[in-house]
Design a protein around this ligand. Structure first.
Ligand code: PDD
Length: 282
């Protein structure tokens, strides 16, 4: 079994134990990151560590490790678990304290990291596209924070799974926000639309790269949320995340998206994305 990192030490996963009084366990009081690793190299690590810091600041938690400590630890974790393509998970909780909604004083945060083999994206998700459903966005008002409290996201993704779809696209006040575990995009008349970076969506690291790649290819991006109707009428729909990259959605609520095939703009971005991965040095 793999080694994990817990509060300063590397230990075998089966020996890693956290107190039942940890606020992550009792209150879901913690934040996290998921970082893809290609050929032993973290993808866009700087951006992930910056977002972790922003999540910690937003929930008034201190960062238990410095940037260089996170980097060194992550490098060692990848190495200990055999290198190659992995998915690194980081979690910080407010720590161990008697159960109380009010923040405890003088408590050390719990720092945890694990790494697992990166699951390859199934080939037909790209050749045929995936199915998505629309659901009301039942989450809270601070979706920009990468909080471990994922019960709403989990319920929504399960709802998709229950009807044979791979993702749930979330509608808030008539507009598409994002997916249950992904950012979402609509292509309309050759332009890419994605919700702006505000408290309604997670500022995805993959999203950040997609916008850079689109700019490099002179494809117009509008950081503007689309309405549910615009979504249904879109030429293309995509979702993106660190573990799934960029995937075309070809069926929405059981209805084909445009031609029902992965679109041309998605194909361009996917080619650029794969080239970017190949280059290394991210
Ligand atoms: N989730 N929006 C939500 C709600 C997400 O959970 C994720 C990713 C994203 C995409 O962010 P990024 O491109 O930085 O991975 C957007 C991760 C992968 C997870 O929870 O496992």
């Amino acid at each position: 079994m793999n080694d994990v990192f817990l509060n300063g030490d590397f230990i075998a996963a089966e020996h890693a134990k956290v107190s039942v009084f940890d606020r992550g366990f009792l209150l879901g009081d913690g934040v996290y990151e998921v970082i893809p690793v290609y050929a032993s190299q973290c993808f866009r690590l700087e951006s992930h560590l910056n977002r972790l810091q922003r999540s910690l600041d937003a929930v008034r938690m201190t960062n238990p490790l410095s940037g260089s400590q996170w980097r060194t630890m992550i490098e060692q974790l990848i190495e200990r678990n055999g290198g190659g393509d992995q998915s690194v998970y980081l979690q910080v909780t407010r720590g161990v304290a008697p159960r109380d909604h009010v923040f405890p004083e003088g408590v050390e945060p719990t720092a945890f990291a694990m790494s697992n083999p990166l699951q390859a994206v199934p080939e037909d998700y790209k050749s045929k596209g995936i199915a998505a459903i629309t659901v009301p966005d039942i989450r809270w008002q601070n979706c920009h924070i990468k909080a471990i409290t994922l019960l709403p996201n989990s319920l929504l993704k399960q709802q998709a799974q229950d009807v044979g779809a791979q993702e749930a696209l979330l509608i808030r006040d008539g507009y598409l926000t994002e997916g249950s575990a992904s950012n979402a995009y609509a292509v309309i008349d050759g332009k890419i639309y994605t919700a702006p970076k505000d408290e309604k969506v997670l500022p995805g690291i993959t999203r950040e790269l997609i916008l850079e790649l689109a700019a490099s290819a002179n494809i117009t991006v509008k950081e503007q949320a689309v309405t549910e109707q615009q979504l249904r009428d879109a030429d293309e729909i995509w979702v993106s995340s660190s573990t799934k990259e960029v995937l075309p959605v070809t069926t929405l609520d059981g209805v084909a998206v445009s031609s029902g095939k992965p679109g041309e703009v998605w194909k361009k971005i996917d080619v650029l994305y794969q080239q970017y991965k190949q280059q290394g040095g991210f």
